[in-house]
Ligand binder design. Sequence first.
Ligand code: S3P
Length: 173
Amino acid sequence: MSVCEGKHIVLVGMMGVGKSSVGRVLARQLHRPLLDSDELIEERTGRTVREIWASDGEASFRAIETETLLAMLGDGEPAVLAAAGGVVLAEANRSALTESDAHVVWLLANVDLLVARVKNGVHRPLLDDDPEGILRQMYTDREALYTEVADAVVSVDHRSINEVAQAVLRCAG
Ligand code: S3P
């Protein structure tokens, strides 16, 4: 029996690493729903990530992000969860991830690859100015946090989305 049978698979990692794209492949392959935290936040609030950020600020966005993550983890139907890059910032979120029986996979990429991929990130206000500098600093700040929550690490460097999805399944099996 796969270690993920009956459990959520949660993809975490930096902006641009491919959590949503890989999540879509996994969800299709496993016949599971895909729960994407940014999309759920937009559905729940009726506003875009950028609108929430601009009108209420980052702290409000992070509070909604926590509520959404907890709701996703609490969903009884095993799903593939694409968790936004910043979910590891809050202690409450890290505890929820480590204490749940979900299988948490950290998708890891060289920062150069992330920089190349985040060019049109409409839901990424943090990267409006100096995306490369911000991503490098963010990686330094967050590396230990991703390590803390991850049950497994999968590198996306030199791999297609499909290959990453298969690597996630191998390490989950
Ligand atoms: C963020 C990641 C984004 C989005 C917001 C903040 C972050 O999601 O939630 O712009 O702090 O890493 P993705 O990781 O899906 O791009």
